[in-house]
Ligand binder design. Structure first.
Ligand code: AMP
Ligand code: ZN
Length: 115
């Protein structure tokens, strides 16, 4: 828990969020500024600042995040149509919250290249 971190506060229940799933390793909640009909954030409970701070100890966690992304996409009914999982890293990558998270976007056709 990092007391200056928005997502740590959501995980601790100090700031409200619409939570779709939670287990011992991660929380899934709705993005407050949705960029698609379905826009969830998959957030590890461990405070990891960016992708660059991952270590081999986190390998199982990252695999679990992708398993949950697929499960959520299936449960919400957009897995077969297709979806996107996005991690923004550092300023040029578009990161604005400094606690590792993965965007799960679905419910519309995505474009490529991304903005
Ligand atoms: P990123 O820009 O990749 O760091 O993503 C941060 C995301 O967090 C953005 O898509 C924001 O809309 C989202 N966000 C910011 N504050 C909140 C909040 N209080 N609850 C849910 N999502 C949030
Ligand atoms: Zn945090």
């Amino acid at each position: 828990m990092n007391s200056d971190c928005l997502f740590c506060k959501i995980i601790a229940g100090e700031i409200p969020a619409t939570i779709h799933f939670e287990d011992s390793q991660l929380v899934v909640f709705e993005d407050i500024g949705p960029q698609a009909p379905h826009h969830l954030l998959i957030v590890p409970k461990k405070h990891i600042r960016t992708t660059l701070d991952l270590t081999p100890l986190d390998n199982e966690l990252v695999g679990h995040i992708y398993q949950i992304a697929g499960r959520m996409a299936r449960d919400l009914g957009f897995s077969e149509a297709g979806f996107r999982v996005v991690n923004n890293c550092n300023d040029a990558g578009g990161q604005t919250v400094w606690h590792l998270h993965f965007h799960l976007l679905g419910g519309r056709d995505m474009t490529w290249p991304p903005g």
